[in-house]
Design a protein around this ligand. Structure first.
Ligand SMILES: CC(C)(COP(=O)(O)OP(=O)(O)OC[C@H]1O[C@@H](n2cnc3c(N)ncnc32)[C@H](O)[C@@H]1OP(=O)(O)O)[C@@H](O)C(=O)NCCC(=O)NCCS
Length: 163
């Protein structure tokens, strides 16, 4: 039987910097299934590591419960697959899943893309993750190829359409 998620404490959201990376990486500690964080995350946020075709403009946000990081997301401008934006590093710690935390993080990144004039956005969905493809499709993304999903207008997320 599917588990009904219980209430979670208030979640706050704010922009992240490389100073947050140890706490971001630490929130994966209780989740051996997902493995460690990308060791290049701090360099990415500082503009010293660039995923393929990434451009300089980028952003990250953390979800916080008290002082602890419950989840995070990043996004950057790109030319990958002819798309102008790419969602990067989305992760929510198991204790906080199915409460809309990832949805809120995705809306923050979607809003940032809009401020950059970026509509067409792609994401590499971890097909090994139980929730990744379901999460992106629930938020209006459609498949680009076996591993990638895309929005032709990331604004659908802010318009409140999920699918
Ligand atoms: C995928 C992930 C980010 C989802 O985070 P979350 O905070 O639980 O997501 P939300 O609560 O915002 O989910 C919104 C919707 O997405 C879908 N969804 C999310 N996780 C799902 C799952 N495990 N199975 C089926 N649908 C799922 C549902 O439609 C859900 O709405 P509902 O809870 O009302 O049914 C999280 O499970 C995670 O971090 N997983 C490991 C890393 C990962 O896969 N990252 C993403 C891509 S690489």
């Amino acid at each position: 039987m599917p588990q009904t998620p219980g209430p979670i404490p208030t979640v706050r959201y704010r922009e992240a910097t490389s100073a947050d990376v140890p706490a971001m990486a630490g929130c994966r500690a209780a989740d051996p299934q997902s493995g460690p964080a990308d060791p290049r995350m701090a360099a990415y946020l500082d503009g010293r590591h660039h995923p393929q075709q990434a451009l300089a403009a980028r952003i990250a946000f953390v979800a916080l419960v008290g002082d602890a990081v419950a989840g995070y997301i990043a996004g950057h401008a790109t030319t990958r697959y002819g798309y102008a934006g790419e969602v990067q590093y989305l992760y929510v710690a198991p204790a906080y899943r199915r409460h809309g935390v990832a949805g809120h993080l995705l809306r923050l990144v979607a809003h940032w893309f809009q401020t950059q004039g970026i509509r067409r956005v792609c994401v590499n969905a971890d097909v090994e993750s139980a929730g990744a493809v379901a999460f992106y499709t629930a938020h209006g993304a459609s498949p680009l190829n076996q591993y990638w999903y895309r929005w032709d207008d990331i604004g659908v997320i802010l318009a409140g359409k999920r699918g």
